[in-house]
Design a binder for this molecule. Structure first.
Ligand SMILES: Cc1cc2nc3c(=O)[nH]c(=O)nc-3n(C[C@H](O)[C@H](O)[C@H](O)COP(=O)(O)OP(=O)(O)OC[C@H]3O[C@@H](n4cnc5c(N)ncnc54)[C@H](O)[C@@H]3O)c2cc1C
Length: 405
C-alpha cells in the first residue's frame, strides 16, 4: 500500500526482523538486508518483559515466544558472599497492570526465527542474508542504498531506511551521528552450562549476586534441546585478557569460586562482550531512522536493551502507518526522536547503570544502605509494584501514551 518504494531495513537481528514484521503487517513493502549468512545464535538477550510481550501479542507472536521460552515471575538479588537473599521481586504484583505478569526467558535467536518465518509468508516482505548495506544517499523523496553481496554492489531504491544494524551501525556512522556515552572498563563474560543449578535455584531462574570483588548473574534459558541451560555472567577486569578468561582453567576456577561443585563444570558456550552505555545524539535524520542497538546500547543487567529496541520498532511502525494513511502529517515522524531518545535515557540507561552500580558497590556502608533500600522496596506493596512497573518498561509505554493523549 502506502509507499511507492519499499522501506529498507539494514540488519536482520531481532529489532530489524520484528520491525519488518510490524511494517509488513500494515501493508508496507519491506526489504531487509542482513550482512551475516544466517541468524546469529550467540547467547545474548533472553528476558522478555511484560510490555514487550503485549507488543508481541499484537504481532501474533506471543504464544510462540511463550512456548519456546520459560515463564518466570520472580527475580532475586543475593549477597554473593553470605548466600543470603537481599530481596525478591515478584511480577505477579502486576496482575492488574498487564496480561503478562512475568518475564519470558526466550533466547533472541528464537524470536528472530519466529519473525523470519512470518515474514517469509508475506508477499510484501523480503529478507536477504549475506547482503550488507555499505552506503546510502537520501533525497527529498527517497533513499538510494548500496548493498553488497556475492553478486557485487547494487543500488536499491527505498522510501525510508531503518538502521537496525547493531551497536557498530554503518547507518549511524554514515549519518555522522555521535554515539554519546561511555564504555565500561570491564568486559562481561557469559558462560553457558547444563549444570543443574536448578537444584539450588529451583524456585527462581533469574538471580543477581551482589559482591564488592566479583558480582555475578545467573539465568536459565530453555536451550535448543529444551532441557534447560544456565548462563552465568561475570565481569572481566581490563588486565585479564580474553584468552585468560576463556582458558578452561580460568573458566573452571571462576565457576568453582561462584558455586563449588565436586566435578568440573560442563561449559557448552563461552563469550565475552564489551559493555557500553551509549545513546545516539539523534535517532533520525531525514528519511533515515535508527532503532535498537544502532540507537542505544547498555549493560544487560535488567534485560532491557532488546526490549526497548522492539518498542522502537513498533513506535516507528505506528508513526509511519499514520503518515501513510494520511491520519497525520509527515512532520509527526519527528516524534520518533523526540520521544524515544529521552525514554531510553530515563528507563534503560538510568536503570541499567544503577543495577550495575548496586551489584558492584565496594563501600560497606553504601552496600548496607542499598540493601536496606532494596528490602524496604520489596517489603512494601506500593513500592514493590512501582519498582516493577519501571523494570518491566510498562511505565515507559504509559508515559509515551500519556504524552500523545
Ligand atoms: C550478554 C548479553 C545479554 C543480554 N540480555 C538481554 C536481555 O535479557 N534482554 C534484553 O532486552 N536485552 C539483552 N541484551 C541486549 C540485546 O542482545 C541487544 O539489545 C539486541 O541484540 C539488539 O538487537 P538489534 O537487532 O538492535 O541488534 P543486533 O542483535 O546486533 O543485530 C544487528 C544485525 O545487523 C547486522 N548488520 C550489521 N551491520 C550491517 C550492515 N551494514 N548491513 C546489514 N546488516 C548488518 C548484524 O549482522 C546483526 O545481525 C543482552 C546483550 C548481551 C551482550
Amino acid at each position: 500500500m502506502q509507499t511507492e518504494r519499499p522501506i529498507i531495513i539494514a540488519g536482520g537481528g531481532p529489532v530489524g526482523l520484528v520491525t519488518a514484521l510490524a511494517l509488513a503487517r500494515q501493508g508496507f513493502e519491506v526489504r531487509v538486508f542482513e550482512a551475516d549468512a544466517r541468524i546469529n545464535d550467540s547467547p545474548r538477550a533472553a528476558t522478555t518483559h511484560a510490555a514487550t510481550l503485549e507488543m508481541l501479542e499484537r504481532l501474533g507472536l506471543v504464544d510462540e515466544v511463550i512456548r519456546c521460552g520459560l515463564i518466570e515471575p520472580k527475580f532475586r538479588i543475593w549477597d554473593r558472599a553470605s548466600r543470603e537473599i537481599i530481596a525478591e521481586f515478584d511480577f505477579s504484583m502486576l496482575k492488574g497492570d498487564t496480561r503478562y505478569p512475568y518475564v519470558v526467558q526466550c533466547e533472541q535467536h528464537k524470536l528472530c526465527n519466529l519473525a523470519l518465518e512470518r515474514l517469509r509468508a508475506l508477499p510484501n516482505a523480503e529478507v536477504e542474508f549475506a547482503a550488507r548495506l555499505v552506503g546510502f544517499a537520501q533525497g527529498d523523496s527517497g533513499i538510494e542504498a548500496e548493498v553488497e553481496s556475492a553478486r557485487g554492489v547494487r543500488r536499491v531504491s527505498g522510501s525510508y531506511l531503518i538502521g537496525a544494524d547493531g551497536g557498530r551501525s554503518t547507518v549511524r556512522k554514515t549519518l555522522g551521528i555521535e554515539f554519546e556515552g561511555y564504555t565500561h572498563p570491564e568486559r562481561f563474560l557469559v558462560l553457558t552450562t547444563p549444570y543443574p543449578f536448578g537444584g539450588e535455584f529451583a524456585q527462581c531462574s533469574r538471580n543477581y549476586f551482589s559482591d564488592p570483588d566479583e558480582w555475578a548473574a545467573l539465568f536459565k534459558v530453555t536451550g535448543d534441546g529444551g532441557r534447560g541451560l544456565w548462563r552465568v555472567l561475570f565481569p572481566v577486569r581490563p588486565e585479564e585478557s580474553d584468552e585468560q578468561a576463556f582458558a578452561d582453567s580460568g573458566v573452571q576456577a571462576r565457576l568453582q569460586r561462584f558455586f563449588p561443585s565436586p566435578n568440573a563444570y560442563p561449559v557448552v558456550h563461552r563469550n565475552i562482550y564489551g559493555v557500553h552505555q551509549r545513546v545516539a545524539a539523534s535517532f533520525r535524520k531525514g528519511r533515515v531512522f535508527l532503532a535498537g542497538d544502532a540507537a542505544h546500547v547498555n549493560n544487560p543487567l535488567g534485560g532491557l536493551g532488546l526490549n526497548f529496541g522492539i518498542h522502537d520498532g513498533l513506535e516507528l511502525c505506528s508513526l509511519m502507518t499514520r503518515v501513510a494513511r494520511k491520519e497525520a502529517p509527515p512532520a509527526i515522524l519527528d516524534e520518533y526522536d523526540c520521544i524515544r531518545r529521552p525514554l531510553n535515557v530515563e528507563y534503560v540507561q538510568e536503570q541499567t547503570i544503577a543495577n550495575k552500580k548496586r551489584l558492584e558497590e565496594k563501600d560497606p556502608a553504601v552496600r548496607a544502605k542499598n540493601n536496606a533500600a532494596l528490602r524496604a522496596t520489596a517489603g512494601n506493596a506500593v513500592a514493590h509494584r512501582a519498582y516493577l512497573l519501571k523494570a518491566s518498561l510498562i511505565d515507559s509505554v504509559r508515559k509515551r501514551k500519556a504524552g500523545s493523549a
